[in-house]
Design a protein around this ligand. Sequence first.
Ligand code: PBG
Length: 326
Amino acid sequence: MSFPSFRSRRWRRTEALRRLSQEVELSARQLIAPLFVKEGIRDPVPISSLPGQLQHTLSSLVQEVGELVEVGVGAVILFGIPARKDPVGSGAWDDEGVVQSALRALRSEFGDRVVLVADLCLCEYTDHGHCGVLADGPETVDNDRTLELYGRIAVSQARAGADVIAPSGVMDGQVAAIRRALDAAGFPHTAILSYAAKFASSFYGPFRDAAESAPRFGDRRSYQLAPPNLRAALRRVEEEVAEGADAVMVKPALPYLDVLRAVRERCAVPVAAYCVSGEYAMVHAAAQRGWLDLPSAMLEVLLAIRRAGADWILTYFAKDAARLLR
Ligand code: PBG
């Protein structure tokens, strides 16, 4: 059957027909809001490259999570900015550290009404800004020595109340090391959402301002994935699922929708996509100039990520999008 018998526009004639024929849905419960909490500040600090986002104090964090829960956002992921940094990032596994304190405050305020995800990395805690301990030579970061530290961080975050640990440092063997450490410490129920396909991207710029985590020298290309390489990403995802990842992530989202689709088709575990700081900043910058309509561009971006196969979307748009979806 061809035109004029076939008319694709029949399903688009009215709002009701369009609603009926919509193939993918976006809902607040699938969104995960990234939040920054900083040690030693009295008031929240706005992040200029991420309009509407703040470096939180413990109390502004609790208030923000209250608003997110209210609009139905499914989860939050916490990034900590410690008062002091050192070469090994020891603040990351301090039971009294900034993320651990935040996890305890949120758990006592909200119980199990919101899923608490802890980002696990060293870049915010090391004085050099790399995601692990330094190696000699071109490797930059010593993969295997870093794994032991990741295990300590995971246990400390689980003890403070994290439901999910999300390692973002892209060390090989990180999922196995974290699973082993969690199980040995009596946290077999804590889940791992691994940043399995995390690319060395230019789109992390605003985040590094927000998290104060830009590397002091060099870059992250010896550990994060190479942007042209889909097959290498799939191999790494397969590995981390085999090591016990309970869910995997593709990051960034929009420039890597093909990777997201391919991961979705190969994996049975939940797949998350991180719509990163640069993607958010890009939409906001254009909207500020009057070049894009913010609400519709935001929803279109998030729906595209769902259509490509994401179960969950980590996004700075979480609260605004959830409000629009009510
Ligand atoms: C740190 C980390 C980064 C992001 C999340 N965790 C930055 C990086 O790898 O430099 C980026 C998130 C964003 O840009 O929104 N390991």
